[in-house]
Ligand binder design. Sequence first.
Ligand SMILES: CC1=C(/C=C/C(C)=C/C=C/C(C)=C/C=O)C(C)(C)CCC1
Ligand SMILES: [Fe+2]
Length: 546
Amino acid sequence: MDVLFGRNKKEQLEPVRATVTGKIPTWLQGTLLRNGPGMHTVGETSYNHWFDGLALLHSFAIKDGEVYYRSKYLRSDTYNANIEANRIVVSEFGTMAYPDPCKNIFSKAFSYLSHTIPDFTDNCLINIMKCGEDFYATTETNYIRKINPQTLETLEKVDYRKYVAVNLATSHPHYDEAGNILNMGTSIVDKGKTKYVIFKIPAAAPDARKKGTSPLKRTEVYCSIPSHSLLSPSYYHSFGITKNYVIFLEQPFRLDILKMATAYIRGVNWASCLAFHGEDKTYIHIIDQRTRKPVQMKFYTDPMVVFHHVNAYEEDGCILFDVVAYEDNSLYQLFYLANLNQNFNEHSRLTSFPTLRRFAVPLHVDKNAEVGSNLIKVASTTATALKEKDDQIYCQPELLFEGLELPRINYAHNGKPYRYIFAAEVEWSPVPTKIIKYDILTKSSIRWGEENCWPAEPLFVPTPGAKDEDDGVILSTVISTDPQKQPFLLILDAKSFTEVARAFVDVDMHLDLHGIFIPGADWDARKQAPSQKPRDRDSDGVAPQT
Ligand SMILES: CC1=C(/C=C/C(C)=C/C=C/C(C)=C/C=O)C(C)(C)CCC1
Ligand SMILES: [Fe+2]
């Protein structure tokens, strides 16, 4: 399994042409841009956790039935400092590093004792975010890194804290139809308070054409939700939105700030400062986007751990929201490389299985409703919301499916009624072996799989002028544990899940995490030299197919 997880991957700086089998639809033009950890050893030192690996960006430029692949390590300050020192000198999620005290890599990097919150890594390995006309590699700290989506070059380091007071921010922002970003972050012990901050980054400033005007400068705080606990805010990886609401789960999987403040001197990693509190509730916060305030009703559910929200929408006076939920945080435990690399099958069995759960939250509660009554009258779900004595509402989900992760949807349906989920199927080990299409209406599923093949998160790209929700293709990168088999870009028909084409590349491809498809035929993958600046593109206001 070293092939999948631990071994350092070689970057492919020059675009390499893929061998295509099948026929790529002529309308499919654009770039699939993805991110994930690619290097876990620097000199004699190694990271402990798969999420620690240095970010390796890769892209498939698709044009006129041809595919060109390239990959490049994100030249983050973290990457550069590590490479220069020939050892790991910046701490990551599962690895605490001890740099040379004489070298000041980050501004406040080593003033651990005078700052409650230490400076974090800019190794942005999780996702790609489109912000106006710019693209950023993202992680969950306060740093994002601007990148050139064509050449994969690393550009400015952006500190969210310059624009909004957050120490952590999700890697899963939402986009509205105009491309405006809605994201969330946590502000830790700032002015005596710890809060969750929902913020909006407009797609483009009116004066965006003026050089150097970043939409980030117009970031505005939408709403702040006080944390239930000053010193132990919830950890969250994503959140949900509907047309009018934001759904935030304050789950009992929490960061311990005092532990974090002393982690460096105690010689423990950040991950050890995260703990699941199975005795606590999961609070469901619903924020009205029109008033920018949380709704008054208090909703909660049983303890659980959610990384990925799938989608949410409003129906008959309720919010329905779908998440992939676990009984505990054992998933993050499994991704320690020691577990992944040796006796993979034995050590990497999930003790808690990912389940697709649908929750229903009533938006209007009849004051006279009896205690114990179910406030959900929506016929399409068996999820319940029970009124309790103290005006709290206890939500119990409907279990839709067991064994999927990395969910994606047709993003045109984000926040709206929808029927299909595209995801990786998970069978008691943390890595997918199949891609699945789950139909919420019929509760049936179809899948794609092949021997020794490990497909990544499947991404949906709609056919131009698509009518049906599943009119389009699925893109997934597939790597194989069979050394004879080259990695490939898989293109499936999203309706039938039959193979449309695959594009093989003879490269050292990594198992990635998330990415986006950037539609457009105006880039020439072959000719763009790695050092050229991106061509000016017209602002068409089109949100990425995230
Ligand atoms: C460095 C660092 C963090 C990094 C977390 C990461 C890198 C999480 C990755 C999660 C993934 C990939 C989930 C997939 O479902 C924290 C804990 C936010 C805070 C402390 C500093
Ligand atoms: Fe994620």
